[in-house]
Ligand binder design. Structure first.
Ligand SMILES: Nc1ncnc2c1ncn2[C@@H]1O[C@H](COP(=O)(O)OP(=O)(O)OP(=O)(O)O)[C@@H](O)[C@H]1O
Ligand SMILES: [Mg+2]
Length: 550
């Protein structure tokens, strides 16, 4: 609408006179200004646009010199810009007083939208998007929020129905955090969707799978180098960390492959066999591999025989055959070459980003996927811990996407994954765990797993919710309390309100960022063209020659 044709409906106070009164005040026609709505916006051309044709008018500077008035042709326009005339004396305010509170009905007040007053302090960090009510830029950086006392831990839990942009949000965050000096670690990228970003950030992608690369679950990574360089109690602590992680991972792999629990006798057998295998490997200066443990179990020493109370080796072999066969299946069949040899992956924490791409396994059996994810998580934890122990400490942003693909396979994996990946808050890590809904959690094999997972989710300092159905929202209350309007907002993102095709899905790029009992931050994220290309997971659905689907 042209400002000339606009008829103002609300009067506002005329712009104040400039502080040092000019000798000859400007001749300003003070017409009533319009509301802060779309119609009140300035004319397309700026009064002060260089090169625009202005009629010179005398005497409008504070010095009193006769100079052309660039704003003269605009003087009789009824509407100033919302912050005043862009000429000296035009009312531009260097300081704005705090506003008075007015109340009105929604019918009247909607005419004032977009509101000029912000919602209050918006936290700093990586720009995630615009606040959906105030249009302010919202930043997200759990480490900065921790320093600022907004959260007590730097864990993030991201949840929402498929395709609404959970991974996209994490990718934006990772990009920003890397710019802030973090190292991004993406262990177990099941769709391979972070690879393009990691490469773009100048990082390193390791592709794992049969015929691609191997990841030795018993590889201590840089922790082994740290062990060689430390002494005394620190060395003992590191040795114990390595041992506990190896054992937890080995147990987890056995549990995954057999999809059932491990017995106390088997646990002791693994414990002792692992120690013997590690001692043997250390003597030759290499990392132990699963076949070393198998060899110890198939040629048992007296120490092992006593664990199963076996009279002789033949009896021992019968007692231990389940365990031996389970371990052996990690070295055979479709996954041969993945877990049974030295890692082809090397750790480098000086890189800005690091990812273990296991997309070659996406169509593999659940147990293979779970074994790969669990091993990758353990490896990443060793890399992070190792670089800390070596004094090359960097802040880390660690992403665990599609979390439940690994945890749902067998009972006890939630606890074991926690043990395998646990890092202290003092390690300077921002963790991001992504899942679809609490149904994933409800599908875990045992009540103990479900309770543990609920704890894991609610311990995170920040919860990010994308569009989801009412049923999911009810369950979320345990993790983060939601107000009725918040629930309505998140629910409205779950599906388009009509069947009209061609509009963008209402949930894409919309997130409610929650922390504690505070009112959440509803944010809408807009992608740059580069991001749209890098983060795209819809490629399979695109017709040749068309752009990104909405
Ligand atoms: N704000 C946005 N603007 C435009 N496109 C977006 C936006 N957010 C996400 N997308 C696009 O939507 C698609 C799905 O996003 P994404 O893969 O992040 O979803 P997801 O929630 O992680 O899905 P899944 O649950 O399947 O892992 C991607 O192609 C992404 O580029
Ligand atoms: Mg995703």
């Amino acid at each position: 609408m042209s400002p000339h044709t606009h008829s103002p409906t609300v009067s506002t106070t005329p712009p104040p006179a400039p502080a040092p009164a000019p000798p000859e005040p400007p001749t300003v026609v003070l017409a009533p200004a319009g509301p802060l709505a779309d119609g009140a916006h300035p004319p397309a051309a700026e009064p002060s646009t260089p090169g625009s044709a202005h009629t010179p008018t005398a005497g409008d500077t504070p010095t009193g010199r006769t100079t052309p008035d660039p704003g003269a042709p605009w003087r009789d326009r009824p509407l100033p810009r919302s912050w005043g005339w862009a000429v000296p004396g035009g009312g531009r305010a260097a300081h704005v007083e705090s506003g008075a509170l007015y109340q009105g009905t929604t019918t009247q007040v909607c005419g004032l939208f977009p509101f000029a007053v912000a919602s209050g302090a918006v936290p700093t960090g990586v720009p995630i998007g615009q606040h959906m009510h105030t249009a302010e830029e919202v930043g997200l950086d759990p480490s900065e929020w921790l320093r600022g006392g907004l959260v007590t831990n730097t864990g993030m839990w991201i949840m929402g129905q498929p395709g609404i942009g959970k991974s996209t949000m994490v990718k934006r965050l990772v990009t920003g955090l890397v710019a802030f000096g973090f190292t991004a670690v993406v262990p177990g990228d099941l769709k391979g969707e972070y690879s393009a970003l990691v490469e773009q950030l100048g990082g390193r992608v390791w592709r794992l799978g049969p015929g691609l690369g191997a990841l030795n679950p018993l590889d201590a990574g840089p922790l082994a180098a740290a062990l060689a360089q430390t002494q005394g109690t620190e060395r003992d602590r590191l040795r114990e960390t390595i041992r506990a992680r190896r054992l937890a991972l080995l147990e987890a792999l056995v549990v995954i492959v057999r999809r059932g629990e491990i017995s106390p006798t088997e646990r002791r057998l693994l414990d002792v066999a692992l120690d013997i295998a590690v001692t043997g490997a250390e003597r030759t200066g290499v990392q132990p591999v699963i076949p070393d443990v198998l060899k110890v179990l198939t040629t048992p020493l007296a120490e092992l025989l006593s664990i199963t109370a076996s009279e002789d080796v033949a009896e021992f072999r019968r007692e231990a055959r389940d365990l031996v066969n389970t371990l052996a299946s990690l070295c055979q069949g479709a996954i041969r070459g993945m877990f049974d040899r030295p890692s082809s992956v090397t750790a480098d924490m000086d890189t800005p980003a690091l990812s273990l791409d296991i997309s070659a396994l996406d169509d593999a059996d659940d147990d293979v996927v779970a074994a790969a994810m669990m091993s990758a998580w353990a490896w990443a934890a060793a890399v992070i811990d190792g670089s800390t122990a070596l004094g090359r400490r960097r802040q880390v942003a660690r992403v665990q996407d599609e979390l439940w693909r690994a945890l749902r396979v067998a009972p006890g994996l939630v606890e074991r994954s926690d043990r395998v990946t646990r890092l202290g808050r003092h390690r300077g890590e921002v963790s991001m765990q992504i899942t679809h809904s609490l149904d994933d959690l409800a599908a875990l094999p045992s009540e103990a797993d479900r309770a543990k997972a609920r704890g894991m989710a609610s311990r995170n300092g920040i919860t990010v919710l994308g569009g989801m159905a009412e049923r999911d929202l009810q369950a979320i209350h345990d993790i983060t309390p939601l107000t009725t309007p918040e629930r309505a907002l998140v629910r409205s993102w779950a599906a388009p309100p009509s069947w009209r095709a061609g509009t963008r899905h209402p949930g894409r790029g919309k997130y409610l960022i929650k922390s504690g009992d505070r009112i959440g931050l509803p944010v809408s994220m807009t992608l740059s063209p580069t991001e749209r290309e890098l983060y795209d997971t819809d490629q399979a659905w695109r017709r040749p020659g068309t752009g990104t689907p909405r």
